[in-house]
Design a protein around this ligand. Structure first.
Ligand SMILES: NC(=O)C1=CN([C@@H]2O[C@H](COP(=O)(O)OP(=O)(O)OC[C@H]3O[C@@H](n4cnc5c(N)ncnc54)[C@H](OP(=O)(O)O)[C@@H]3O)[C@@H](O)[C@H]2O)C=CC1
Ligand SMILES: O=C(O)[C@@H]1CCC=N1
Length: 277
């Protein structure tokens, strides 16, 4: 169990989808609910977070931020500027470790909006964090101490594994692959289920067949030590059914479709930064 004994109190600014996933991961890893503080303006979300996790809830960002040595900025990129500016006085006085999970928003922007010389880690988790099965990409500003990097790493590792990048510009690529990635898998699950129904299967059975196939394949990818290519080849009997499907995918340029989608996500990350100057 990863109890957070020596670890500081953590405040989430924003209690939406991603904060919920991270809080679930932290609690499953043994963190104390009383040491997790959340600022969330939407009353229904506060009620749900209190009921599900019993964490300390605040309607107001300032009062929640005052409780935490670590601030996890979990609001939409479009409101990061206004939220950071509203916390500036407290940031200057308190010098928290700021961990942003906002897509696109750079550490320079956060430092400028907070107006404080404080440690900043830019991170990109994903929603499987809720099950402790997430992965988070992280980047720290050069001013961030090794101790604060370690605090950030420990916090995000409660939600899964972590990968540090040395160049901040790579965070948009991380976002495009793993931050948004679960949605691509859910799209594949839905498409596979609907295709099964078109081929005559009962919808409930098609859903079970598609979802369990994704789970089993994902476990093989992470547990077998084999590459995706080798695992695919093992399923693909010469002139068999899989080969027919793979050839159809390739004729429709599956790899290029995926590459274009990931590129579009990466470009959007950079746009979110520029649009919210
Ligand atoms: N969803 C995902 O899979 C991932 C999301 N992210 C990033 O996480 C961040 C949050 O995304 P997500 O959780 O999906 O978004 P949500 O909209 O679900 O959550 C953000 C929450 O913050 C609230 N909020 C707005 N202003 C304030 C404020 N001043 N103080 C406190 N809370 C406030 C919002 O309320 P209201 O709705 O009223 O504005 C909302 O409930 C984004 O920056 C996103 O890029 C990163 C990785 C994955
Ligand atoms: O779609 C988004 O912008 C956020 C960032 C990664 C996942 N969700």
């Amino acid at each position: 169990m990863t109890e957070l004994p020596a670890a500081p109190d953590v405040t989430f600014i924003g209690g939406g989808n991603m904060a919920r996933s991270l809080i679930g991961g932290l609690l499953a890893g043994g963190a104390s609910a009383a040491r997790i503080h959340v600022a969330e303006p939407v009353e229904a979300l506060r009620t749900a977070l209190a009921k599900d996790f019993n964490v300390d809830l605040h309607a107001d960002a300032m009062s929640a931020a005052a409780c935490g040595r670590v601030w996890v900025m979990a609001v939409k990129p479009q409101v990061m500027k206004i939220v950071c500016e509203s916390l500036s006085t407290l940031a200057i006085a308190q010098r928290p470790l700021v961990i942003s999970i906002a897509a696109g928003i750079t550490t320079n922007q956060i430092a400028r909006w907070l107006g404080a010389r404080t440690a900043i880690v830019r991170s990109m988790p994903n929603t499987p964090a809720l099950l402790g099965a997430g992965i988070t990409g992280l980047y720290a500003t050069p001013e961030t101490s090794a101790e604060d990097r370690s605090v950030a790493d420990r916090l995000l590792r409660a939600a899964g594994t972590t990968v540090w990048v040395e160049e901040e510009s790579l965070m948009d690529a991380v976002t495009a692959v793993s931050g948004s990635g679960p949605a691509y898998v859910f799209l594949l699950a839905q498409s596979l289920m609907e295709a099964g129904v078109k081929e005559g299967l009962d919808p409930t059975q098609a859903e079970a067949l598609a979802n369990q196939t994704l789970l089993g394949a994902a476990r093989m990818l992470t547990e077998s030590g084999e590459t995706a290519e080798v695992l695919r080849q093992r399923v693909t009997s010469p002139n068999g059914t899989t080969q027919a499907a793979i050839e159809s995918f390739q004729a429709d340029q599956f790899e290029a479709i995926v590459a274009r989608a990931v590129h579009a996500a990466r470009v959007r990350g950079a746009e979110l930064s520029a649009a919210n100057e």
